[in-house]
Design a protein around this ligand. Structure first.
Ligand SMILES: [Zn+2]
Length: 308
């Protein structure tokens, strides 16, 4: 199952216990996909929802208004061969009452974001279930909620921001997208909406990815070091071969000659390993010092002999 569907399935089973939150979540469903219909507004429809979301809407409605006359209309979507459901509240009175409750819920500011924090979480859950999606975290961190209404996009942005979540706004094919790209932010939102199982999955992937990155960094670092060591050794060997060709190694002082010989015989040895092969043994810095002297000698000879 796609990760997005997993989140959707989980969220469609979260039923808030407080009345205020139920109204807030339903009002999000209405904002995104609801209509008052008929000559005298005798229907209130929640449109185009998956069966799971339709079931949730119905449960929320029946919890709030036990005797509410409702109807569920099911059509087969031609493009996706999925069932698409409409939950309909029947009758001018009932439809009007539900609509009025949405209007009367506690909201703040011109964008009418839910006043209470608990209701903001419920509202975002409804918004995500209506038109949100999330990319599998293995691929990338991306969560979005789309709408064609600018005001609604602003409301979602403002609601997110009031809960300390940063989101961006962009356009795609005539739709506005409120999106999040930050893994930590997405985790927080999943938590606030109540998608705890999905959150754990997301976090696991995040930890694995982090570890993989760290290991890759270490491996790259190691490779860079090895490259450096090999390059240095090749240069030392060139120096020694130059000295040998111009004046002969036997012209070097005995201590340098010994280091040069061991280096030639052990082209891949580290300075430490060369030190261990010396009699008596020498420290890494001692070997380094002598190799620098060899380098100096080679430089002098290099200048004298235009052949090199
Ligand atoms: Zn609430």
């Amino acid at each position: 199952m796609a990760f997005s569907d997993e989140v959707r399935h989980e969220l469609s089973r979260v039923i808030p216990s407080a009345r205020c939150c139920r109204v807030a979540e339903l009002s999000a469903f209405y904002d995104f996909q609801g209509f008052l219909l008929g000559a005298h507004n005798q229907f209130l429809d929640f449109n185009n929802t998956s069966p799971l979301v339709a079931r949730k809407i119905l449960l929320l409605l029946k919890g709030l208004y036990p005797d509410l006359p409702t109807q569920v209309l099911v059509v087969k979507s031609r493009s996706r061969r999925a069932q698409i459901c409409t939950v309909r509240v029947l009758g001018r009175g009932p439809a009007g009452q539900v609509y009025q409750d949405f209007k009367d819920q506690g909201v703040l500011g011109e964008l009418r974001i839910p006043r209470k924090k608990c209701c903001r979480r419920a509202y975002l859950r409804g918004a995500f279930l209506s038109s949100g999606s999330i990319t599998n975290p293995e691929r990338t961190y991306h969560l979005e909620i789309s709408t064609e209404q600018a005001r609604l996009a602003e409301r979602v942005l403002e609601t997110l921001s009031s809960l300390g979540l940063e989101a961006g706004l962009t356009q795609r094919k005539g739709s506005l997208l409120v999106y999040m790209k930050d893994g930590g932010g997405i985790v927080n939102l999943l938590n606030l909406m109540g998608a705890h199982a999905a959150l754990l999955r997301f976090e696991n992937v995040r930890v694995m990815k982090d570890m993989r990155n760290q290991v890759n960094r270490l491996v790259n670092c190691e490779t860079a070091n090895v490259d450096k060591t090999v390059k240095a050794a090749m240069e030392q060997i060139e120096d020694i071969q130059l000295i040998d060709a111009v004046i002969g190694l036997e012209e070097l002082p005995p201590k340098l000659r010994e280091v040069a010989r061991i280096r030639l015989e052990n082209p891949y040895a580290s300075l430490q390993e060369i030190g261990a092969l010396m009699v008596p043994k020498m420290s890494k810095s001692g070997i380094n010092y002598r190799l620098r002297q060899i380098r100096e000698k080679a430089r002098q000879l290099d200048k004298l002999d235009p052949k090199y």
